[in-house]
Design a protein around this ligand. Structure first.
Ligand code: SF4
Length: 187
Protein backbone atom coordinates (compact mmCIF):
# COMPACT_ATOMS: atom_id res chain seq x y z
CA UNK A 1 0.00 0.00 0.00
CA UNK A 2 1.33 3.44 -0.89
CA UNK A 3 2.19 5.98 1.75
CA UNK A 4 -0.52 8.59 2.36
CA UNK A 5 0.28 11.84 0.58
CA UNK A 6 0.59 14.86 2.85
CA UNK A 7 0.34 18.39 1.61
CA UNK A 8 1.96 21.34 3.31
CA UNK A 9 -1.00 23.62 3.87
CA UNK A 10 1.14 26.35 5.46
CA UNK A 11 2.59 27.66 2.19
CA UNK A 12 1.71 31.33 1.83
CA UNK A 13 1.45 32.83 -1.64
CA UNK A 14 2.21 36.49 -2.15
CA UNK A 15 0.23 38.72 -4.41
CA UNK A 16 1.99 39.95 -7.56
CA UNK A 17 3.12 43.55 -7.03
CA UNK A 18 0.99 46.14 -8.72
CA UNK A 19 2.06 46.91 -12.27
CA UNK A 20 4.16 43.75 -12.61
CA UNK A 21 3.58 41.46 -15.56
CA UNK A 22 5.52 38.87 -17.54
CA UNK A 23 7.73 36.12 -16.16
CA UNK A 24 7.26 34.88 -12.64
CA UNK A 25 9.58 35.68 -9.77
CA UNK A 26 10.60 34.21 -6.46
CA UNK A 27 11.45 35.68 -3.11
CA UNK A 28 13.93 34.35 -0.58
CA UNK A 29 16.17 35.51 2.21
CA UNK A 30 19.63 36.98 1.54
CA UNK A 31 21.12 34.50 4.04
CA UNK A 32 19.76 31.60 2.00
CA UNK A 33 21.22 32.81 -1.30
CA UNK A 34 24.64 33.40 0.27
CA UNK A 35 24.45 30.02 2.04
CA UNK A 36 23.56 28.28 -1.23
CA UNK A 37 26.51 29.88 -3.03
CA UNK A 38 28.97 29.18 -0.22
CA UNK A 39 27.93 25.59 0.31
CA UNK A 40 28.38 24.70 -3.36
CA UNK A 41 31.73 26.38 -3.86
CA UNK A 42 33.79 25.37 -0.82
CA UNK A 43 37.51 25.62 -1.53
CA UNK A 44 39.45 23.05 0.49
CA UNK A 45 42.91 23.49 1.95
CA UNK A 46 44.44 20.04 2.52
CA UNK A 47 46.76 19.80 5.53
CA UNK A 48 47.77 16.19 4.97
CA UNK A 49 50.60 14.70 6.96
CA UNK A 50 50.26 10.92 6.65
CA UNK A 51 48.07 7.98 5.59
CA UNK A 52 44.71 9.79 5.82
CA UNK A 53 46.07 12.19 3.21
CA UNK A 54 46.22 9.31 0.75
CA UNK A 55 42.51 8.66 1.33
CA UNK A 56 41.90 12.30 0.63
CA UNK A 57 43.78 11.97 -2.67
CA UNK A 58 41.41 9.10 -3.55
CA UNK A 59 38.49 11.39 -2.69
CA UNK A 60 39.79 13.86 -5.27
CA UNK A 61 40.21 11.16 -7.94
CA UNK A 62 37.80 10.23 -10.72
CA UNK A 63 35.95 7.50 -8.80
CA UNK A 64 34.82 9.68 -5.91
CA UNK A 65 35.18 13.02 -7.68
CA UNK A 66 34.98 15.77 -5.10
CA UNK A 67 34.38 18.14 -8.01
CA UNK A 68 30.73 17.04 -7.95
CA UNK A 69 30.39 19.11 -4.77
CA UNK A 70 31.97 22.24 -6.22
CA UNK A 71 35.14 21.60 -4.22
CA UNK A 72 37.60 20.54 -6.89
CA UNK A 73 39.61 23.71 -6.50
CA UNK A 74 42.35 22.82 -4.00
CA UNK A 75 44.00 25.85 -2.53
CA UNK A 76 47.49 25.70 -1.14
CA UNK A 77 47.32 29.16 0.30
CA UNK A 78 45.16 29.64 3.39
CA UNK A 79 44.01 33.07 2.28
CA UNK A 80 41.93 31.66 -0.59
CA UNK A 81 40.32 28.67 1.14
CA UNK A 82 37.17 28.06 3.15
CA UNK A 83 37.65 24.55 4.54
CA UNK A 84 40.75 23.31 6.33
CA UNK A 85 40.99 19.53 5.93
CA UNK A 86 43.39 18.12 8.48
CA UNK A 87 44.26 14.56 7.47
CA UNK A 88 46.91 12.69 9.40
CA UNK A 89 48.95 12.58 12.56
CA UNK A 90 49.82 16.01 13.94
CA UNK A 91 52.98 16.11 16.00
CA UNK A 92 53.07 18.65 18.82
CA UNK A 93 55.87 20.47 17.01
CA UNK A 94 53.53 20.88 14.04
CA UNK A 95 50.63 22.24 16.09
CA UNK A 96 51.75 25.93 15.99
CA UNK A 97 52.07 25.70 12.19
CA UNK A 98 48.58 24.24 11.86
CA UNK A 99 47.27 27.01 14.06
CA UNK A 100 49.05 29.65 11.98
CA UNK A 101 47.52 28.24 8.79
CA UNK A 102 44.08 28.43 10.44
CA UNK A 103 44.67 32.01 11.52
CA UNK A 104 45.63 33.00 7.98
CA UNK A 105 42.29 31.80 6.61
CA UNK A 106 39.62 34.44 6.14
CA UNK A 107 36.18 34.13 7.70
CA UNK A 108 33.94 32.29 7.19
CA UNK A 109 36.15 29.22 7.62
CA UNK A 110 35.40 25.64 8.57
CA UNK A 111 37.60 22.81 9.82
CA UNK A 112 37.29 19.06 9.27
CA UNK A 113 39.37 16.61 11.35
CA UNK A 114 39.80 13.62 9.05
CA UNK A 115 40.49 10.33 10.78
CA UNK A 116 41.37 9.18 14.26
CA UNK A 117 44.77 10.91 14.42
CA UNK A 118 43.50 14.39 13.61
CA UNK A 119 40.44 13.87 15.83
CA UNK A 120 42.09 12.37 18.90
CA UNK A 121 45.71 11.39 18.29
CA UNK A 122 44.53 7.94 17.17
CA UNK A 123 46.76 5.06 18.14
CA UNK A 124 49.63 7.44 18.91
CA UNK A 125 49.08 8.05 22.59
CA UNK A 126 52.59 9.37 22.90
CA UNK A 127 54.47 12.36 24.26
CA UNK A 128 55.10 13.76 20.77
CA UNK A 129 51.64 13.58 19.18
CA UNK A 130 48.86 16.13 19.58
CA UNK A 131 45.83 14.33 21.04
CA UNK A 132 43.35 15.97 18.67
CA UNK A 133 43.60 19.18 16.67
CA UNK A 134 40.76 20.68 18.71
CA UNK A 135 43.39 21.35 21.34
CA UNK A 136 44.71 24.20 19.16
CA UNK A 137 41.91 25.16 16.73
CA UNK A 138 38.10 24.83 16.73
CA UNK A 139 36.78 21.89 14.69
CA UNK A 140 33.40 21.80 12.93
CA UNK A 141 33.24 18.19 11.71
CA UNK A 142 35.04 15.02 12.82
CA UNK A 143 35.37 12.11 10.39
CA UNK A 144 35.92 8.79 12.11
CA UNK A 145 38.11 5.94 10.85
CA UNK A 146 41.71 4.84 10.57
CA UNK A 147 41.77 5.65 7.77
CA UNK A 148 38.28 6.83 6.85
CA UNK A 149 37.13 5.70 3.43
CA UNK A 150 36.59 8.38 0.77
CA UNK A 151 32.82 8.04 1.27
CA UNK A 152 33.28 9.11 4.89
CA UNK A 153 35.37 12.11 3.84
CA UNK A 154 32.68 13.06 1.33
CA UNK A 155 30.10 12.82 4.10
CA UNK A 156 32.22 15.14 6.24
CA UNK A 157 32.31 17.68 3.42
CA UNK A 158 28.56 17.35 2.97
CA UNK A 159 28.15 18.14 6.68
CA UNK A 160 30.18 21.30 6.19
CA UNK A 161 27.98 22.13 3.20
CA UNK A 162 24.95 21.90 5.48
CA UNK A 163 26.62 24.13 8.08
CA UNK A 164 27.54 26.69 5.40
CA UNK A 165 24.08 26.55 3.85
CA UNK A 166 22.26 27.17 7.13
CA UNK A 167 24.68 29.60 8.74
CA UNK A 168 23.38 33.03 9.61
CA UNK A 169 25.38 35.90 8.12
CA UNK A 170 25.60 37.29 11.65
CA UNK A 171 27.12 34.18 13.24
CA UNK A 172 30.75 35.22 12.78
CA UNK A 173 30.10 38.48 14.64
CA UNK A 174 28.02 36.85 17.36
CA UNK A 175 29.06 36.71 21.00
CA UNK A 176 29.07 32.87 21.18
CA UNK A 177 31.40 32.67 18.18
CA UNK A 178 33.72 35.32 19.62
CA UNK A 179 33.71 33.42 22.91
CA UNK A 180 34.63 30.20 21.05
CA UNK A 181 37.62 31.90 19.41
CA UNK A 182 38.65 33.52 22.69
CA UNK A 183 38.65 30.11 24.36
CA UNK A 184 41.44 29.28 21.88
CA UNK A 185 43.23 32.55 22.54
CA UNK A 186 42.20 33.94 19.13
CA UNK A 187 41.04 37.58 19.00
S1 SF4 B 1 43.98 7.84 11.48
FE1 SF4 B 1 45.02 5.95 10.85
S2 SF4 B 1 45.15 6.15 8.62
FE2 SF4 B 1 44.75 8.21 9.43
S3 SF4 B 1 46.75 9.15 9.72
FE3 SF4 B 1 46.19 8.16 11.65
S4 SF4 B 1 47.15 6.14 11.55
FE4 SF4 B 1 47.09 6.94 9.46
Amino acid sequence: MGRPVQYNSNVKMSEIPEGYSGEGFMATKFDKIIGLARSNSLWPLPFATSCCGIEFMATMGANYDLARFGSERMGFTPRQCDVLLVAGTIAKKMAPILRQVYLQMAEPRWVIAIGACASSGGIFDSYSVLQGIDQVIPVDVYVSGCPPRPEAILEGIMHVQKLAHNESLRRRNSEPYKALLESYGIQ
